[in-house]
Design a protein around this ligand. Structure first.
Ligand code: CTP
Ligand code: CA
Length: 220
């Protein structure tokens, strides 16, 4: 009815969100990771659920509570995240906020690596799958695919290049030249084919609501 269209504009939609870092095992006790807190992705999942969507949140290792009404799938590595994303399809919208590790150790030692008094071995790396680009090229591609890009410089040109390279609809470019990683506010530019929508720096939950509003408008 009229009221639900206004207050729950994503009712009947399935929104898939990835969030947080990934951990890439070196041995049973060590891993490679990054500084993502997961806050922005969790805020987007929460805002989409508030807007009435069914939400699947594929979360890397973070210490955050599951937002109300959100179905959460916990993963550790990029390859586990890729599988969980595939399993969550079909979706109307995908918002890939996770800071996926670009590389993983080429081999995982099955026992703790010990010091032996000699020079340490260099750590050989392998490239992880690009979850976003794979999804965008998939026959099961959601109608609206949105990536995030954290950049320290030339934010908009880098985001535009990324949008074209990954064949995604929107890139939300995050200016991380300040102290954004782990902080509570973000300054983002939503880069689309039609142009760039720059939002003022605001708390991450407000960025999430602004993005969800634009997603609802795009689907309407
Ligand atoms: N991404 C992904 N899988 C990867 C790497 C990135 O799904 N293996 C997604 C991120 O979730 C994000 C977008 O791609 O939505 C952009 O991530 P970013 O790290 O900025 O892009 P990269 O292609 O990895 O480029 P860069 O060399 O700048 O890190
Ligand atoms: Ca990357």
């Amino acid at each position: 009815d009229f009221d639900s269209a206004r207050h729950r504009p994503l009712f009947g939609r399935h929104v898939l969100v990835t969030a947080g870092p990934t951990h890439e095992a070196i041995d049973p006790v060590r891993y490679i990771a990054n500084r993502s807190s997961g806050k922005q992705g969790f805020a987007i999942a929460a805002a989409a659920a508030e807007a009435g969507a069914r939400v699947t949140l594929v979360a890397g290792p973070v210490h955050l509570p599951t937002p109300p009404g959100v179905e959460r799938v916990d993963v550790e590595s990029a390859r586990e995240m890729a599988e969980a994303v595939e399993s969550a399809l079909p979706a109307h919208v995908a918002v890939m906020v996770a800071a996926v590790a670009d590389w993983r150790p080429a081999a995982v030692a099955d026992r703790k690596i010990k010091k032996d008094g000699t020079e340490p071995e260099p750590l050989a790396l392998a490239e992880n799958p690009d979850i976003l680009a794979t999804l965008a090229a998939s026959p099961r591609r959601p109608g609206l695919v949105i990536g995030f890009a954290a950049e320290t410089n030339d934010v908009i040109p880098h985001a535009q290049a990324k949008r074209l390279r990954k064949q995604v609809d929107w890139i939300v470019a995050n200016d991380v030249s300040g102290d954004v990683m782990g902080g509570d506010a973000n300054a983002v530019h939503i880069v689309r084919e039609s142009g760039v929508d720059s939002l003022p720096r605001m708390p991450k939950d407000q960025v999430a609501r602004a993005l969800v509003e634009r997603i609802a408008d795009a689907l309407a």
